[in-house]
Design a protein around this ligand. Structure first.
Ligand SMILES: Nc1ncnc2c1ncn2[C@@H]1O[C@H](COP(=O)(O)OP(=O)(O)O)[C@@H](O)[C@H]1O
Ligand SMILES: N[C@@H](CCC(=O)OP(=O)(O)O)C(=O)O
Length: 409
């Protein structure tokens, strides 16, 4: 085997690579110098120019797996008024599976994923037909956008999503977004539209995120529990929420329950976007700033949707182990992990998959997107970029994890 040399020094981390930080500037920092009050946040929601509204399956369908057209129409009426008042609206709508399994003759949501994919194909068509009809009564044009997780993490994809959504909004179209449930593979499945809606809000630089569900806000415990109380305002959803018990969906058609709604509120908060979470029947009051549901304040930080996805939503497929120098550089906040500072690799993953970056004592330091497949890495460990280029080829002289794809934990 060719000797390609060893780690020679301070070259485990390249701090001079181009980065996409220009895309991620802290646009909202400084909007509120002090902690905003609930009234400030509600005012910001009323004044929002671009709004992302997410509607859950439980608000659009019955537990028997059919669309509830009257509830869909009520939601559309409220949202059309916001559009007619000048808001640019992106609607993230669940309900494809839940609207499709009834017409296919199933009594309950199918357990088998392939049958759910077939149900989604049927339900998505029904959903769009009814949205088209209901919005057209107000002269509002809609367009379907079916996405996968890749569309929010690979830069070529998310720039594509961003420019398409932007153009649709410029043309006065309401994009109706859902995950591409019928064809999505388990590797790239979001599985819940709460987080997807928050990432879409980040991508379109929304001014507000509205999560519409079957319960009027965040409660101190699942609302079926005696004594559970609604919380009106969460000033910092990123911090520990003491004394709050969150649970899964109980509707039989929803997924994720309150857990993923809080994750969505966190993604929105660190994107500088306020969130209101309420019952679908209060869609109108929520966008009018009335005191319904729970509002979540933004925190002063803004990141790319890709970084947010890595931080909040990805399930790492493997691990690379960084040496002490690389760990220090990564913790310093501006460095990529280079092969020269990488001493181990564990698990089976492909380039682009989320992975852990661990220190040699086994602690998680960061999460990131792998620059290489796991089976390419062993021959690269400890080698400088120059050595990689000379002995393995130019295409190996890249970071193991680029800093744009790296998030400290
Ligand atoms: N602390 C909590 N506060 C409010 N709802 C909660 C809480 N914990 C669990 N839930 C459950 O989350 C459900 C909403 O989530 P889900 O069924 O996934 O809705 P959707 O279909 O709108 O996404 C509520 O109906 C409620 O039963
Ligand atoms: N994409 C899926 C919905 C996934 C989902 O998040 O459902 P929900 O918890 O009802 O918002 C569908 O349309 O059936």
């Amino acid at each position: 085997m060719t000797d390609i040399g060893t780690h020679t020094g301070e070259d485990w981390a390249d701090e001079n690579e181009p980065t996409d930080d220009a895309l991620t500037d802290d646009a909202l920092a400084g909007q509120w110098d002090a902690q905003p009050s609930e009234a400030d946040i509600r005012r910001a929601i009323v004044q929002a120019r671009t709004i992302v509204v997410k509607v859950g399956s439980s608000s659009l369908t019955s537990s028997s797996g059919h669309l509830d057209v009257s509830r869909l129409t009520t939601i559309v009426t409220a949202l059309s008024h916001a559009v007619m008042s000048g808001a640019r609206l992106v609607l993230v709508s669940s309900g494809a599976v839940a609207a499709g399994f009834g017409p296919l003759g199933f009594d309950t949501r199918p357990d088998d994923p392939v049958t759910r994919q077939a149900a989604a194909a049927v339900g998505q068509g029904l959903l769009m037909a009814h949205y088209e009809q209901a919005f057209s009564r107000y002269g509002v044009r809609v367009g379907q956008v079916l996405m996968t997780a890749f569309d929010t993490i690979r830069s070529s994809h998310y720039h594509n999503v961003q420019s398409t959504l932007k153009r649709m909004l410029e043309l006065g179209v309401v994009p109706i977004v859902n995950e591409n449930d019928t064809l999505v593979t388990s590797e790239v499945k979001f599985g819940d539209n709460d987080r997807l809606s928050a990432l879409v809000a980040n991508i379109v630089r929304a001014d507000a995120l509205v999560l519409l569900t079957d319960v009027d806000g965040l409660y101190t415990a699942p609302p079926s529990q005696p004594g559970a109380r609604r919380i009106g305002y969460v000033p910092n959803v990123v911090a520990q929420l003491d004394g709050i018990e969150v649970g899964d969906s109980t509707s039989g058609v929803g997924t994720g329950g309150m857990v993923t709604k809080l994750e969505a509120a966190r993604i929105a908060a660190v994107s500088g976007i306020p969130t209101v979470l309420t019952s679908a029947r209060y869609a109108g009051p929520a966008v009018m700033g009335d005191p319904v549901g729970t509002v979540f304040a933004p925190v002063k930080h803004r990141g790319t949707s890709r970084r947010l996805w890595i931080r909040f939503a990805s399930n790492p497929k493997g691990t690379v182990v960084a040496d002490d120098g690389a760990v220090r550089a990564i913790r310093g906040g501006r460095a990529s992990l280079l092969a020269a500072g990488t001493v181990g690799v564990d698990g089976t993953f492909s380039a682009g998959d989320p992975i852990w970056v661990d220190s040699e004592d086994g602690r998680h330091v960061a999460k990131g997107l792998a620059g290489f497949d796991s089976d390419e890495l062993p021959q690269m460990l400890g080698r400088t970029s120059k050595q990689l280029s000379r002995f393995l080829g130019e295409e190996y002289a890249r970071p193991v994890v680029h800093r744009d794809n790296l998030v400290l934990v």
